[in-house]
Design a protein around this ligand. Sequence first.
Ligand code: HEM
Length: 477
Amino acid sequence: MDSTVDSITQDDKVKTLSDIPGPKPKFILGNIADFSMASIHKYVAKIAQEYGSISLIKIGPKPFVIISNPDTLRSILKQRPDKFSRISTIATVFESMGLLGLFSSEGEAWKRQRQLVMPGFKPALIKAFYPTMVETSHKLSGVISRSLSDEGVNTPFNIQLLFKKFTTDITTKLAFGGDFDCLQADDTELQICLKEIMPMIDSRLKSPFPLWRYIKLPKDYAVDRAIKTVKRHLKDFIESAKVNLVAEAEPSNILESMILASDDGGNGFTEDELFGNAMTLMLAGEDTTSNTLAWTVHYLAKDLALQEEVYQEIKFNLSGGVPTWEELEKFPLTYACLQEAMRIKPVVPFMSAETLQDSVIEGYSVPQGTPLMLLINYEGHNEETFPHPDKFDPKRWLELPQDTIKSNEKASMPFGGGARICPGRALSIIEMKAALITVMSEFKFTHHNGVSTTQESVEFTLVPKNLNVNIYRRAPK
Ligand code: HEM
């Protein structure tokens, strides 16, 4: 049993929740007036800094235990799904929208789903899918290219939105087996539906009271209609995936892999679970990847000397417009920029969990059902592990011995940890490399008017808002 997290026994002499240090809560409101939801990540990090590795805030009357000690975090993450779960509002909200997928399931249901989903992330399947990433990366640079003036400039350019279209196209091909072509097409029926569904998940997760369970407003009916439409489209995608599977035998995307798993011995996915998981992949894979790319561009636009060094690496190693599968490992500095962006601006700065049984955490008794905030990135800002932690310094990932780099990767924890660690981590790194290398090989970017107006906001993920860049075509190689 771990020393920092334990189950409670009769003779445990432990302190209680009310002994956990934290800011004084106000009557009924708790600490809610001290922060806005958009900057909650900064608030909880500040509380951890002030009160130590375990602290407590109240949101309304409800206590939330904040944990920042990396050993305690790892121990909690490892003991899922049996002793800790995701915060229960996640299952409530996802279920309210019919999204019965991996991210929101718990216990035995999660174990079964994880087993069925994981084959879709096998390296061989990612490799088989890579030509689709290449094609989509070509489209990405084509869209930028066509947007430039005769002088080869576009300003101000919303590169965050473009990356979002890029990752949406990749993820829909992976999870639905269909091409939405967000990069080139105007709003299609499916795109409009997804735009309706995704923000609603965020807004229900943040809602202090689940009003939608008792009264349906027009926006709730609109979401129900959008879900019905997406389900109808997915049914068509599943039918053509089945035809494809008969012809090809090997799956070429996650949907096909999940369909194969469904046929496997009667314990497979139901149609609703297939839908839930396709939507889960959209939700988990789209904004995380596009916002990490956007944060990377934000920092490279600020440091033009570094951008030039990355460009030189790309120019030297890239044979065509988009890296080939074999070339992907040839860009250590470019990859280090992505790693550093994930450390300094992790798109998931903390995760919410819940105790499934009475537990002792760092000597405090924490009753079953207590919400926890797990600051998975806290260590990523530790001065000792990452000197000058507020500096975007990708070279820190190149200059250390391999062992230290591996342990620093673990310390920075952008993909979570334990049994529920992000299954899309390898895929997203390949996707981000393909996009960044392709864009940087052709274009240069600076902040609009030379000044960064980027602000950060938590909207399910950590988003760089108002990231406006000037984008310029580079002279041909
Ligand atoms: C930069 C990109 C990404 C980041 C930073 C990221 C981060 C995360 C994090 C922090 C978690 C929670 C892990 C935990 O509970 O320990 C997670 C879970 C998950 N991610 Fe990712 N992710 C990324 C990309 C993707 C992609 C591309 C996909 C799939 C297409 C994906 C699919 C999932 C799924 C299905 C889960 C739930 C796993 C489970 O509960 O068992 N992610 N991700």
